[in-house]
Write a protein that binds this ligand. Structure first.
Ligand SMILES: Cc1cc2nc3c(=O)[nH]c(=O)nc-3n(C[C@H](O)[C@H](O)[C@H](O)COP(=O)(O)OP(=O)(O)OC[C@H]3O[C@@H](n4cnc5c(N)ncnc54)[C@H](O)[C@@H]3O)c2cc1C
Length: 470
């Protein structure tokens, strides 16, 4: 893996579950304290539960329940969203990274900091990587989890079509001298017309300040100065809140781009390396760790020698459309966030529509990603969707998935996974909540088959789990 951000760390842990030898190359010598992503949505919460990690996150995170969080419109959480975890977690990105790093290390990943990848080449047997210090490494596969400016993507020559940034927003954590009530009143007033503005109290008297930049920076990699923040705060709010003592200052744009291919031979792309979009809806980190969850077991199957034909390519086939939809929903949100009368009218109409419970549920399903359905062809309504956690006689379904293996949940007691028992667990149990005789789950929890006929099951098992053994 190139890159030890949330995507690379999640992927490293998933691969280690299957015993794959993993090296993560991360250019930073120390973890960053920059808290870009601030939350985990319901589908990511489910994934943590599926791997036995949720308690660690719950111990350090507040739960939140904002439904229909879309383009500046905020509604109550909808009824009957298809999840046993109807909430998000307010977890600062450095905390998410620390916990995922801890987990990857526990499982035996080799995480090497201060290792910047500068180049790569591949042949039939593997990938050679050149580090910035001139040393070389070789592996069978390589995954670029190296963020939006991905060197791996660029060296592969993979196209990254989309739109360049049109606006830029300053973002930073700093102290203020103004009193909290005045700040709240000013923010409420400015946000009537400008939704890219905020001053959110964080811990220890530090505020997170968000304000539109004056113009696009020529060098986007250079951090803005405190003076720029003051100038822009005065321009939009008539006061700079007495900001001082910044913890970190950054800028983000609304560039929206997606890699044309997520796989070139033995090299794959995941997370921000494969897609960038504005942070509206707080989806980027979630999308990246969900890419990793999809890719991990497939790559492990390939390395382990049991992957059926096409399994690794299904990563692009499944995740590229999901990424494209996220890009589209951020485009829609940016339009809704506009300040012109048309955008304001559109936002009001959208807000009224979201008062319909079904619309709220649909939109929340998009943002939280619990609505994702992969195209596994025609069939039962569960097919292609990930199954929610259900209560079984012998515990909860997600508790049985910690090992990252396939799982046949069988209410009939007549089915068998003989020949695949080294890759697929067979759980005979009854769930009042499961409206199907039996379901075959992939290691990422997506439903690969629903039915009750053994011959039918035998025709599906090889597609996802390869040939029978023994
Ligand atoms: C203002 C803002 C707010 C956001 N809010 C949210 C939110 O609320 N929720 C959400 O889900 N997402 C949010 N995001 C998006 C989120 O931060 C990213 O989507 C997420 O960090 C992507 O994770 P990643 O692991 O794919 O990439 P990154 O986090 O960018 O990690 C890439 C890693 O690769 C390393 N690297 C880069 N190049 C090399 C190299 N050549 N060699 C070795 N290592 C390298 C980097 O040092 C870095 O550690 C926000 C983003 C911004 C800017």
């Amino acid at each position: 893996m190139v890159g030890g951000g949330p995507t690379g760390l999640m992927l490293a842990a998933e691969l280690r579950l299957h015993g794959v030898h993993v090296v993560v190359l991360e250019k930073l010598t120390e973890p960053t304290e920059q808290s870009r992503g601030r939350g985990l949505h319901a589908r990511s919460v489910e994934m943590l539960d599926q791997r036995g990690l949720l308690d660690r996150f719950l111990a350090v995170s507040e739960k939140f329940q904002v439904g229909g969080l879309f383009g500046g419109v905020v509604k109550p959480w909808p009824d009957r969203l298809d999840t046993a975890h109807p909430y998000g977690l307010a977890t600062p990105q450095p905390v998410t990274e620390r916990l995922l790093n801890e987990r990857a290390l526990e499982l035996g990943a080799d995480i090497r900091r201060g290792c910047e990848v500068a180049g790569l080449s591949q042949d039939e047997d593997g990938v050679s990587v050149e580090l910035a210090d001139g040393t070389h490494l070789r592996s069978r596969y390589l995954v670029g989890c190296d963020g939006g400016r991905s060197v791996v993507r660029k060296r592969l020559g993979v196209g990254f079509p989309g739109e360049p940034a049109k606006v830029e927003t300053l973002l930073g954590d700093m102290e203020v001298t103004e009193d909290p009530a005045t700040i709240a009143a000013v923010v409420a007033e400015v946000r009537k017309t400008q939704l890219r503005f905020g001053a959110i109290p964080e811990r220890d008297g530090v505020y997170r300040i968000i304000v539109p930049a004056d113009k696009l920076a020529e060098d986007r990699t250079t951090a803005p100065t405190l003076a720029e923040f003051k100038q822009q705060l005065r321009a939009f709010a008539g006061t700079d809140f007495g900001v001082h003592s910044p913890r970190w200052l950054s800028r983000f744009g609304d560039a929206t781009r997606q890699a044309e291919r997520y796989r070139v031979g033995r090299v794959l792309l995941a997370g921000d390396a494969a897609h960038i979009h504005p942070p509206t809806g707080g989806q980027g980190l979630n999308l990246g760790v969900q890419d990793a969850f999809n890719l991990g077991w497939k790559l492990a199957a390939e390395v382990g020698g049991w992957a059926p034909e096409g399994l690794l390519d299904s990563y692009h086939a499944e995740r590229h459309p999901v990424g494209a939809r996220v890009l589209d929903n951020t485009r829609a949100q940016i339009t809704l966030l506009g300040t012109d009368p048309g955008a304001t009218a559109l936002r009001e109409l959208f807000s009224e529509l979201m008062d319909f419970e079904e619309v709220n549920r649909y939109v929340t399903g998009i943002i939280t990603a619990v609505g994702v359905r992969y195209d596994f062809g025609e069939g039962h309504e569960l097919l292609g969707r990930r199954m929610r956690d259900v209560q079984l006689k012998q515990g909860r379904l997600y508790e049985l998935m910690h090992g990252g293996r396939g799982l046949l949940l069988d209410r009939t007691g007549r089915l068998s996974v003989e020949g695949w028992a080294d890759r697929v667990d067979h759980v005979v149990d009854v769930s009042e909540e499961l409206d199907a005789p039996a379901a075959l789950l992939r290691p990422d929890g997506h439903v690969a088959w629903v039915g009750e006929d053994q011959q039918d099951l035998l025709s599906r098992l090889p597609k996802w789990f390869g040939a029978a053994t023994g």
